[in-house]
Design a binder for this molecule. Sequence first.
Ligand SMILES: *Cc1c(COP(=O)(O)O)cnc(C)c1O
Length: 371
Amino acid sequence: MSGTVPEIPFLDLAAQAAEEGEALQAALARGVMDGGWVGGPLVAELEAALAAALGTPHVVAVSSGTDALMLGMVAAGIAPGDEVITPPNSFVASTAAIRHIGAVPVFADVADDINIDPDAVARAIGPRTRAIMPVHLGGRVCDMDRIGEIAQAHGLLVIEDAAQAFGSKFQDRAAGTFGTVGCFSTHPAKNLNGVGDGGFVATADAAIADRIRRLRSHGTTPSGVVEFGFVSRLDNVQAAVLLMRLQRLPSVEARRRRNADLYLRLLQDSPVRAVPERQHEYNTWSTFRVEAPDRDRLAAHLRQAGIQTAMHYPVPIHLQPAAAGLGYKAGDFPETERQAAHTLSLPVHQSLGAEAVARVAEAIGSFYRQG
Ligand SMILES: *Cc1c(COP(=O)(O)O)cnc(C)c1O
């Protein structure tokens, strides 16, 4: 940390709150004054609004994206010892959720579009494979046609980690509605964000939705405790804020998409490479990643220029100390490892104006001209 406040921050949650102003105040008051506080009618109202937005029959709100993955997997029937195929270039929570329910993460490398490679998924299937967990990284939806075909051919469940992709679409269908369950996070850093932790599961299966409903609150049902559960309820303040923000999301998405388009145009002739939106996708750009030669020096150059960047993710999960027991080593996933060494995420958030995007692009240009 240089100690200086970046002029162009990677995220600007204070700017978001300032823009929302009275709407945010009203939502906070609604969440508190409603008197339910945990799991009241506001949560049910949010679940209905999210289900309508996604075009899915059921949404169950929980207290984080990680819990959405864990409870979603348990409710879908994934048991200890089952193998779940997932990419090593995700946020660590995808793999952690698999471990925490006693299942076994099996990694499959990614393709040059940064998402899990369906061919690598097919190669990773073995006798104990129970599910595929694709991750829609940075808002880019995985090839759900291919993944769905592979899952069907092998009788596998699909657990979508859509934590970074609320609002994104693949062939006009919402990310998170392809799998047995679609798991979302409303952490403050996501596009649809609360003022604290939160998450939810989307599913077309009523029995799975019911099971998550009881698992999130001690396993209690009207006919007693049929299985021991957890504590993973969404509170009403988050529900009220998310209801307000869901209405404003189209504007957030439009500005993020404009910023991403601008980057794609302005960086066209620079040495950095970004994967543009492809014809069959609608990307909400929760992060805007580029592959940059000499990445670490570029990041330092931008920091000097008052521009904050991030990396998603510089150390793949299979090379993290926590993964030592999983039996992987450097070199196992060459494409993931190559991308990890070059990936840089540029600020793309909705509070960023076109001039700021142009300044970032100009600073990148000046770095490579300097050589
Ligand atoms: C944010 C995130 C999660 C976890 O969400 P939390 O709400 O922080 O638990 C899981 N997977 C991915 C890909 C994420 O980006």
